[in-house]
Design a protein. Sequence first.
Length: 82
Amino acid sequence: MAAGKNNIRSTIDIPAPLYRELKEQAAQQGTSVRERTTQGAKPVLPKSDLPPRRRVTSPLIQSSGPRVRLSSEKLYELIEFP
């Protein structure tokens, strides 16, 4: 996992015995301490049931009727304000 524009560099303090164990485990699995730390952080994050966001495009509601162009000025003329 190389540093890139989607990564953030951070400094954390890890107790020495835990770091040695983490480093040993990473070496046995052929990964880096960085990858093992990232893998370890994922399970503690809350899972989202929401689908990924999609970009909204206009018009939101499709109409088969004629297209009407309104300016802000025209809307203010048509809407009564108190």
